[in-house]
Design a protein around this ligand. Structure first.
Ligand code: G6P
Length: 608
């Protein structure tokens, strides 16, 4: 969701701010703005794309060597220019990511003090609060620190002032914010992609931190306002992963990057030559040793990765496993079990509901926590005892693809590690699983080669209003993921069912206008799936079947078949998700929707 970038330098920062905002576009937004200090504060804001705001800034000839920028995803107040950030009060300008819970009380108080509000946002409250505290004369940093101590909620903030043109101050609580260290210039950003063209040396601010940036230095202050030293990290995010290259869309690029992303993710397993606890962190042997069950918590596509893993964890490791949507778990009375392993799955590592579910589990005394995440040093892994990083590289398309398949690889490694610790993985089986993992990038490539056939199907889907996805067993979550992908980016209403549930309701929807997609791998449930296909055919439904080449499945009237590669055994869901990703991508393309930035959706959901 909202993105922040800021720079203080000995050069014009406007191009840096605009470029940074463009790189943050993927997080999801509906308006943007910049404010710079050059004599006074100058601000440019626009609804719509960053490019429109950029054009306005150029037309107005805005230049300065210090400024802040923001992409806003509306929460409090509609998508209007006056609600867009930066917000101004007196001589200060401010950008904010997060939600202030006590904004109404603060608004009343500030109105009583004579402040007039120009927006419906919670953010404007912070701007006025800082201006109010500035009047005590302690300077910008003190005013920011005093203001945040009166706020409840989540925030990442960057503030500049007309009266202190040589410094920028920032604060973080509950939302990601990092400081970038350059040579004679410094930066602030929501994520490293916004500043990576200027520097890779970053400090991840911690909860409750504030910091002051000048051209020549950065000083971070902890919760007690004492100066603190924070570790400097060197980001390895590649510029290539942030750029489209020869592709038309990031989603297309990311679908095709999956063989590489999976090869990178299994590298650690291959280096260790086996499923060892160390894959999950230094004290993993102790944490994983005698877990009684596994509770997986996640949202969206990551939740479907969890649903898939449940079949593995129960079937291979023999451990009870529940999977729950994070926003549900966090608000129910869960029964605590200190020996239960809590696994959070998150591409971004900053999804608020997943973070809050993790905090809730910890508050119940659940100490054994593991995060599977794609973004190093993000909030969720930092709050977890064990971490396994997927190595998908930056994922920019809102609809998750390579993050999902690498999450599945990580969850499979976790399953095998738990199985081994529990004496349920003999050497021969472990060798077989390792071999299957090693072959997986090649198997994925075979599935990618089906693209021309999938595209032909997608062209037919483009005119449909609804679609049904069916799967059974470990492939039921793949049907769910297929339906999610299709609705997210093509806006075709799609639902997924376990094929056996068909006759308990969805069969009533089936007619010639409703395409029915079936995931039909050559596994023990194949005959059951074939019967379910007959049930649909008998009602005149048009079937689109993804069947393994060795499944003995041929096309017939009303039954279209794409033969996926031979059945790859236990890792089959990772291969079968590839064609449904491509189906959604090409259906969206045929319908002319915004594939990488579907309406109303955001990549990083940092609000409830
Ligand atoms: C958003 C994204 C989805 C993603 C979900 C969970 O809804 O659009 O692609 O699956 O958040 O995100 P996470 O970063 O926690 O995996």
């Amino acid at each position: 969701m909202c993105g922040i970038v800021g720079a203080i330098a000995g050069r014009d920062v406007v191009p840096l701010l605009v470029d940074g905002l463009k790189r943050l576009e993927y997080r999801g937004y509906d308006s943007s703005g910049i404010a710079v200090v050059n004599g006074g504060v100058r601000r440019v804001r626009r609804t719509g794309r960053v490019a429109e705001m950029e054009a306005a800034a150029l037309a107005e000839g805005v230049h300065a060597d210090m400024g802040i920028g923001h992409t806003r995803w509306a929460t409090h107040g509609g998508v209007t220019e006056s609600n867009a950030h930066p917000h101004i009060s007196g001589g200060i300008a401010l950008v904010h990511n997060g939600i202030i819970e006590n904004h109404e009380q603060q608004r009343e108080r500030l109105q009583a003090l004579g402040y007039a509000f120009e927006s419906q946002t919670d953010t404007e409250v912070i701007a006025h609060l800082i201006d109010h505290h500035l009047k005590s004369g302690g300077g910008l940093l003190r005013a920011l620190q005093a203001a945040v101590s009166e706020l409840r909620g989540a925030y990442a903030l960057a503030v500049v002032s007309r009266d202190e043109p040589n410094r920028m101050v920032v604060a973080r609580m509950g939302c990601p914010l990092l400081v970038g260290l350059g040579e004679g210039e410094n930066f602030v950003a929501s994520d490293v992609s916004a500043i990576v063209q200027s520097t890779r040396r970053v400090i991840f601010l911690e909860e409750g931190d504030t910091a002051e940036l000048t051209r020549d230095g950065v000083q971070v202050f902890g919760v007690e306002r004492q100066p603190v030293e924070r570790e400097v990290h060197v980001s390895d995010v590649s510029l290539a992963s942030l750029e489209l290259g020869p592709y038309s869309h990031f989603m297309q690029k990311e679908i095709h990057e999956q063989p590489r992303a999976i090869a990178d993710t299994i590298e650690a397993v291959m280096d260790e030559a086996g499923f060892v606890p160390e894959l999950f962190g230094a004290d993993a042997a102790e944490v994983l040793a005698d877990v009684s069950s596994v509770q997986i918590l996640a949202c969206g596509t990551s939740y479907y990765a969890g649903l898939t893993a449940r079949y593995w964890i129960e079937g291979i490791a023999g451990l009870p496993c529940s999977v729950e949507i994070a926003s549900e778990y966090r608000y129910r009375d869960a029964v605590a079990d200190p020996r239960q392993l809590i696994v959070t799955i998150s591409q971004s590592g900053e999804t608020l509901d997943t973070m809050e579910a993790l905090k809730y589990a910890k508050s119940l005394g659940q100490e054994r926590t593991l995060s599977i995440c794609n973004v190093p040093e993000s909030a969720i892994p930092r709050a977890s005892r064990l971490v396994h990083y997927t190595r998908a590289g930056a994922e920019i398309g809102v609809a998750s693809t390579k993050a999902f398949t690498t999450q599945l690889v990580a969850l499979f490694s976790l399953t095998c590690t738990l199985a081994r610790l529990r004496g349920r993985l003999d050497e021969a089986t472990e060798a077989r699983h390792l071999d299957a993992l090693r072959r997986l990038p090649g198997d994925i490539q075979h599935a990618l080669n089906l693209e021309p056939q999938v595209r032909a199907w997608a062209d037919r889907f483009a005119s449909k209003h609804h679609a049904l996805f069916l799967g059974r067993g470990v492939h039921y979550p793949i049907a769910l993921e297929g339906a999610l992908k299709l609705k997210e980016i093509s806006y075709i209403h799609a639902e997924a069912y376990p094929a056996g549930e068909l006759k308990h309701g969805p069969l009533a929807l089936v007619d010639a206008a409703m395409p029915v997609v079936v995931i039909a791998p050559n596994d023990s449930l194949l005959e059951k799936v074939k019967s379910n296909i007959q049930e649909v055919r008998a009602r005149g439904g048009e079937m689109y079947v993804f069947a393994d080449a060795d499944a003995g499945f041929g096309p017939s009237e009303g039954v279209h078949v794409i033969r996926t590669p031979r059945h790859v055994g236990v890792l089959s869901p990772i291969v079968h998700v590839i064609p449904v990703q491509m189906l959604a991508y090409h259906a969206a393309l045929a319908r002319g929707t915004d594939v990488d930035k579907p309406r109303n959706l955001a990549k990083s959901v940092t609000v409830e």
